[in-house]
Write a protein that binds this ligand. Sequence first.
Ligand SMILES: [Zn+2]
Length: 238
Amino acid sequence: MSPYPTPPPSLAAVAPLRQQVSDLHRELVRYQLVVWTAGNVSARVPGLDLFVIKPSGVDYDRLTADSMIVCDLDGTVVDGDLAPSSDTAAHAYVYRRLPEVGGIVHTHSTYATAWAARGEPVPCVLTAMADEFGAEIPVGPFALIGDDSIGRGIVDTLRGHRSPAVLMRSHGVFTIGKDARAAVKAAVMCEDVARTVHITRQLGDPLPIAPADIDRLYHRYQNVYGQSTATTDPGASR
Ligand SMILES: [Zn+2]
């Protein structure tokens, strides 16, 4: 046993995350995924049972690192002057149940939410969708805010699913990622493919992609695609 006492948990890791989470909210605005004060981003604090989330009801252009709220995994505020996002309980539930998740995003982005209002999954009919989602984007149950039911619906739908995005029925989009930036990317891509597949539907029935091809695209993109291999991978197109 070490002769030295265990140091107290440090909140040093929280400061850069406050800035990152504040900055990532600007991406929701930039990609037109949110209106007014709807939507939110959160990030798990590595090594601590805490996460950083947006305050409730504050305009996007007034968000700062200092205005972000730090909560424990029960959703109780441990640092911050404002009330946390009204979706804090849902974020906390997901962090408790899915330890691999490092970031969560929620939006009511228009096209994806239109699919959610129909309660219809977005079918995987685009190669970009196979890359990012590896499957259809699934629909989660109808759930009211105020208890664990939204969080439970997210976890029950996404656990074991390749998609990092779920369309909560009649509500909107929740995405997860290994960190907050990955969850924001999933939210941006979710809206993009929801829009394209919607427009496709106006033209007629989208053509299916064979499941084996979806598998190949997904594995290649998840395991090969990226800056470090781009020079040796002439097939990389983005
Ligand atoms: Zn919402």
